[in-house]
Design a binder for this molecule. Structure first.
Ligand SMILES: Nc1ncnc2c1ncn2[C@@H]1O[C@H](COP(=O)(O)OP(=O)(O)OP(=O)(O)O)[C@@H](O)[C@H]1O
Length: 271
């Protein structure tokens, strides 16, 4: 379980990016984080894994407050957080298997990682994960030979190889077509449920988020202005969160159906 208590961040420039953000994400739940550009979504994700130093507040993973840690303690606790990125962040010249195993690097002694000698149980775990994400047949391919959807599957398997207790997912589908985006969101929600993992997904595509997550949190100017089920997120609330900014993604190409003929068109056909 992840709990944020009064999390705030003011950058040195004076920009107040987060203002007293508090919420809890129980195991198995994916929260979709939405909001206009500059609302503080990336800052929130980065304050959780301490890539950005919060100005105030607590980040509790289980019962450990990550904001109090530094040095080795922080490094150890960061292993508990799996990250999944928009641009996958794979090592292109390494194989799929090697990329997945790199999720274990925080656990193996330096000399082993340097010689890429991973313990047998790590390799077994990596095979099981590749099976789960549907990439068994691609284990020995180089990452740069994969499609976008396959790369994101590697990114997911790598994050899981870490055996995380929390997933932070940043725009996982922003580089993917609509169909692949739905497959990736389905895989993520299934995996979180199976493993009882809490997750936060920063997502621009509100309709896609509404389709797959059980809970949405809307940020506006660093504050939580919506926290609830997708069904409760109506047009009025979306306008409140986004103001003038458009929350609709571009019309998906594959769903482009020919326009329904109007009555006038139909008459023209029979005349
Ligand atoms: N390194 C930084 N230094 C100073 N201000 C920053 C920094 N990073 C972000 N900000 C400011 O903090 C606020 C929140 O930015 P953030 O990137 O978290 O928003 P976001 O919701 O992720 O936006 P987007 O959807 O465009 O990525 C903005 O006002 C931004 O200008």
């Amino acid at each position: 379980m992840l709990t944020l208590k009064g999390l705030s961040k003011t950058y040195r420039t004076g920009d107040s990016a987060l203002n007293e953000v508090s919420f809890t994400v129980p195991g198995g739940q994916i929260v979709g984080l939405i909001g206009p550009s500059g609302a503080g979504k990336s800052t929130l994700i980065r304050c959780i894994n301490r890539l950005v130093e919060p100005t105030a507040g607590q980040v509790l993973l289980g019962n450990i407050d990550l904001t109090r840690l530094g040095g080795a303690g922080l490094r150890t606790q960061r292993r508990r957080i799996g990250m999944i990125f928009q641009e996958y962040a794979l090592v292109e010249r390494l194989t799929v298997m090697e990329n997945v195993l790199s999720g274990r690097l925080g656990y193996v002694p330096f000399w082993r990682s340097w010689t890429r000698r991973f313990p047998a149980e790590d390799i077994q775990r990596a095979w099981a994960l590749l099976d789960r994400v549907g990439l068994m047949a691609h284990a020995n391919k180089r990452a740069d030979a994969l499609s976008g959807g396959q790369r994101q599957r590697v990114g997911i398997a790598r994050a899981l190889a870490q055996e995380p207790e929390l997933l932070l997912i940043d725009e996982p589908t922003a580089s993917l077509d609509p169909r692949t985006s739905r497959q990736i969101m389905r895989l993520l929600t299934d995996i979180c449920a199976e493993r009882h993992l809490p997750a936060i997904v920063n997502i621009h595509d509100v309709p896609l988020a509404k389709q797959f997550v059980q809970r949405l949190i809307g940020l506006r100017a660093g504050q939580v202005v919506f926290d609830g089920a997708p069904q409760a997120l109506d047009e009025a609330m979306l306008t409140h969160i986004y103001g003038e900014e458009d929350w609709q993604p571009a019309a998906p190409e594959e769903d482009d159906a020919p326009p329904e003929p109007t009555i006038t068109d139909a008459r023209a056909l029979v005349s």
